[in-house]
Write a protein that binds this ligand. Sequence first.
Ligand SMILES: [Zn+2]
Ligand SMILES: [Zn+2]
Length: 351
Amino acid sequence: MPMIGVRLHGPRTLKVEQLSDPKPPGKGEVLVRVDAAGICGSDLHMYLDALIGDTKLKAPIVPGHEFAGAIISTGEEPLSEHSGLLRPGMRVAVDPAQPCGTCELCLRGHPNLCTNLHFCGLFPDGGCFCERIVVPAKTCFSLPDALDAESGALLEPLGVALHAVSLANVKPGDSAVIIGAGPIGLLILEAAKQAKMEPIFVVEQLPWRLHLAEKLGGIPIDSARTDAREKLMIQTLGRGVDVAFEAAWADQSIQLAAEMARYGGKLVLVGISRDDRLAINHSTARRKGLTILLSRRMKHTYPKAIELVESGRVNVKSIVTHRFPLVQTPEAFELNADYRDHVVKVIITNP
Ligand SMILES: [Zn+2]
Ligand SMILES: [Zn+2]
């Protein structure tokens, strides 16, 4: 039985196609019906440039890695460490990362840095903008009743945000600035609130995103209409903040983040640079003795993310502005990449 899927063929070229159904799940695998999938900033990089960092699109693939759905069928021994034996009908969120579990980094407890990593939607592995996908059972987390598929799909970016904050090893009362109020920046705001960071400034140039950041408890700094650095320095009495998170497109924003960090402070880089360059004045970082941390995806964050959403402490859906059915994925990407219609987070649904 063929299925509908969306494949990226080149820059700004997404096509809705009839694809062959995934092969039946093998040992330790499950077939998942994708009910909700989020468009991520990294998907937009791929969409615009057919390239992310130094990973090029070499043949058409189905993109997408933020998703949740229901199990259709299982292979033998469909065991998930967190959710036990998986059964058809179970609703799950899927961690898109498939670390090998045996390399040095995996063994040292850093599966996010696995050197043999497979990742949904990253060439050559197909992703979630399709009706069905086979994934390892161990990457599935069963969803409590309080989480629908959309919330399940948002656990992935929330996990990325939780990891970024935990990397900075913050103490309650540490101050923060977040550069960029896109989905990841806004979820870092949520994660920073959970870590009791205070105050939390958010720098953004798009007014509707800045407004949302303010609604979620951030102190807004408009970088389009004011000198953001000066504004932050006035508000921190010239000190700067303990931790500066960069969650934009990692261009001039890295330098801005470095300028906003205090002497001896930390810089956490989460955004992905379009030209694959990390640009920062050496003198800024050196004089301040900054600790620069590069955040790579996440590790062990799904259970924590589920708990935060289930308990109502984080409302992940507050960042969702658009929902499109699977067949309109190309339109959804276009709107998102062009920042039209006050877009923040787009979810693709599979009716
Ligand atoms: Zn993502
Ligand atoms: Zn590994």
